[in-house]
Design a binder for this molecule. Structure first.
Ligand code: SF4
Length: 309
């Protein structure tokens, strides 16, 4: 079977996706940071929590995950009977790589008796060592739900710091961060507000605390999608990965969205293209498989996260 795609014509590629999807009984999931052509070809676009739920309830033989590797691993863990593919296996998350399973084991040993919460942006092996996962949409609920006054939180120090402002628990953070969000500075927000004085500022909790302090709202990507429909604001400066604006603008044509930082692009998310999606469906590559002993332990932490909502 051909593994290369002889055309880059978007209409031809979209038609190939439609045909292959039926042939393979495939479901295509895409993260909100995926490029527009991939979002448009997907069955469902969402944030990590929404995509985890979709993967868990999928009625399909194949799930093609358009996102980064840890997301596809999560889908594979939640859908053990299904084939999970990622169109580019090199689409990783540098923040997820900032902690290993051995790091987590050693860290927990330093703080016995504390619950370990790990952001969904971690490898399956790290998830297997933690008590419960969370996303940026439910980190506060998860931290509030675990026992004890002190909680370990990995790997994102910025999400940890923001979550700590929303809970009475003491959070002990790992020193990780997302380069894309961490590169958005308070100065970028001030400049954008000067340029668009009537605009609200929405920021993702992976941003630095000083950026969040200047924002009107702190929202996950799913929260931004919902708030964009509900808000009466007509102009919004968005402090997150800049591709997010594609979906916000598409769904809310009467409103205007501006990136807080013009270059806030995740190079890994952008590795997934429409042509690679077609190639993935054609050749049934690249399959994401999590060893059963790791998957079984990680699934406990992920399912707790989904239960917390
Ligand atoms: S935007 Fe940041 S957290 Fe998200 S995949 Fe890219 S590097 Fe990882």
């Amino acid at each position: 079977m051909a593994s290369s795609v002889p055309t880059t014509n978007p209409e031809v590629l979209r038609e190939r996706v439609r045909t292959l999807k039926k042939e393979r009984r495939a479901l295509i999931l895409a993260h909100n940071y995926q490029v527009g052509e991939v979002q448009d070809a997907a069955d469902f676009v969402g944030d990590s929590l929404e995509l985890s739920r979709k993967a868990a309830s999928a009625d399909a033989d194949v799930i093609v995950f358009c996102g980064v590797h840890f997301m596809a691993e999560t889908a594979a863990i939640l859908s053990p009977g299904r084939i999970v593919l990622i169109p580019d296996p090199k689409a990783g998350c540098p923040m997820a790589d900032m902690i290993t399973a051995d790091d987590m084991i050693r860290w927990k040993a330093l703080y016995p008796g504390r619950a370990a919460v790990c952001y969904v942006n971690t490898s399956a092996a790290v998830k297997a060592e933690c008590d419960v996962c969370c996303t940026s949409a439910n980190s506060v609920k998860v931290v509030d739900s675990v026992p004890g006054p002190e909680v370990l939180f990995a790997p994102d120090k910025n999400l940890a710091a923001w979550t700590a402002t929303q809970t009475s628990k003491t959070i002990i953070p790992w020193d990780g961060y997302c380069r894309v969000h961490n590169n958005i500075r308070a100065e970028d927000i001030r400049s954008a507000r000067k340029k668009y004085p009537g605009a609200e500022v929405w920021a993702h909790p992976e941003c630095r605390p000083e950026v969040l302090a200047l924002a009107h709202r702190t929202l996950s990507t799913g929260g931004m999608v919902r708030e964009a429909r509900a808000t009466s604001a007509e102009e919004i400066i968005v402090a997150t990965e800049a591709t997010m604006i594609y979906r916000l603008a598409k769904e809310n044509p009467a409103k205007r969205f501006y990136p807080a930082h013009e270059m806030a692009f995740c190079a890994n998310m952008r590795k997934i293209t429409l042509a690679k999606l077609v190639a993935s469906l054609e050749s049934m590559t690249h399959r994401v498989v999590v060893p059963p002993d790791i998957a079984d332990r990680a699934r406990v932490a992920i399912e707790r996260m989904i239960q917390y909502g």
